[in-house]
Ligand binder design. Sequence first.
Ligand code: APR
Length: 238
Amino acid sequence: MAYNHIVILTGAGISAESGLSTFRDAGGLWAGHRIEDVATPEGFARDAALVHHFYNLRRAQLNEVRPNAAHLAIANFAQTHTGTLTVITQNVDDLHEQATNGHDMPQGYSLLHMHGELRKARCLATEEIFKWHDTMDASTPCPCCNKPKRLRPHIVWFGEMPLYMDLIGHHLRRCDLFVSIGTSGNVYPAAGFVQQVRSTGNGHTIEINMEPSQGHSLFHEKIYGAATQTIPEFFINL
Ligand code: APR
């Protein structure tokens, strides 16, 4: 079956074998940090230094990690797919970008970071967004205001609206294949995308994960195993 409009949702599981912690697995990020402290606007207002430190460490780690066979399989498939391929990632790392290796991607390809990006900063006053590779803290002057205490990581925290939701809705309504990779299905609205696709009736839905997710019963098809094993094989056979 040739699919034309494909949507791929990725979560932390796709980057696990590149050495990046997931959130809810044993030893995951939320085992060592309180969400309230490091991933909410209230936590940032209470202790900005703690939040900056948390994201500075994660941003620095990006210099040490590389895309794995799963990221590369998606990027390679994108080069040959003639329809649309929309990668919606919950991940804030840049491994999908690194996997394209700076190649121009086909017109039908798009990558949407619905939870933001570690390599970007945002001005609290103007909402302007800047590429950011370095550390930041409350004393770091904002590039647009040149004032301290104006920068925050460009990350969507709990209680905040994810990014690109209109565009995501458009692609979910139109897709004929929805593939969910490496996500536990605990966090909405991403965990509800499979239901959205099924409610339009068009799309075939596939879950590829290490283990059944919260919403596993909603998928037409399920494939379990490590992403670097399952994903290259899946795209070769697609
Ligand atoms: N290959 C495939 N799947 C894997 C692998 C692997 N090597 N390792 C772990 N997984 C699976 C786990 O089984 C789990 O179901 O990846 C999933 C990771 O789940 P979470 O840690 O909950 O991460 P995710 O679903 O991406 O979290 C969603 O929650 O904390 C917020 O904003 C944060 O974007 C994040 C959102």
